[in-house]
Design a protein. Structure first.
Lengths: 113, 110
């Protein structure tokens, strides 16, 4: 079966711009989580959506937002980009959001210049 | 202080060696304990998860959890060059939100 698909794979943006990243979960998976991965901070939880509702949120500023559609596809948006937002953004999907079922995508590499 | 501390590495071992990867944690609310493997330019891949204290074995991999000491380990037996990757421990007490260690990079030399 198809895995978790993230688009685009690579992105270069200018400071101050905004960006939208997309995640298509495995068919049937209703939970989608987003993480930011950087060399200095490791993997940091951004938020989790389950059946179109945000169920958990990490400690990121309001510039980071997300949403989930009725088909479980999810998007995350970062507004007013800063240089420090350069990172690998990963999404993971699961049927229920339990620890045993998460599958990660390959991520979107965002570079802010 | 971070909620999850992982032995930093990097680790370099000869093929066939037994590898031990370790994490400690401070949050007693953590209920599920996972190990992920991440290859370069890829997302993390779930290797094992455990719920209770004790050992769980899957092929060459054994996950060990000691809740009383807040300590988890992953052992890899008969390590192979294909095991070369970054290993991440992760924990969750709340469905959908996992806290990750910083990762240990392992190199297995032929």
């Amino acid at each position: 079966k198809a895995g978790v698909t993230q688009t685009p794979r690579y992105l270069i943006k200018t400071r101050g711009q905004q960006v939208t990243l997309s995640c298509s979960p495995i068919s049937g998976h209703r939970s989608v989580s987003w993480y930011q991965q950087t060399p200095g901070q490791g993997l940091q939880f951004l938020f989790e959506y389950f059946s179109e509702t945000q169920r958990n949120k990490g400690n990121f500023p309001g510039r980071f937002s997300g949403r989930q559609f009725s088909n479980s596809r999810s998007e995350m948006n970062v507004s007013t980009l800063e240089l420090g937002d350069s990172a690998l953004y990963l999404c993971a999907s699961s049927q229920t959001g339990q620890a045993d079922g998460y599958t990660f995508g390959s991520g979107t590499r965002l570079t802010v210049v | 202080q971070k909620e999850v501390e992982q032995d930093p590495g990097p680790l370099s071992v000869p093929e066939g060696a037994i590898v031990s990867l370790n994490c400690t944690y401070s949050n007693s609310a953590f209920q599920y304990f996972m190990w992920y493997r991440q290859y370069s330019r890829k997302g993390p891949e779930l290797l094992m998860y455990t719920y209770s204290s004790g050992n769980k074995e899957d092929g060459r991999f054994t996950a060990q959890v000691d809740k009383s000491s807040k300590y988890i380990s992953l052992f890899i037996r008969d390590s192979q060059p294909s095991d070369s990757a970054t290993y991440l421990c992760a924990m969750t007490g709340n469905a959908g939100k996992s806290t990750f260690g910083d990762g240990t990079t392992l190199t297995v030399k032929p």
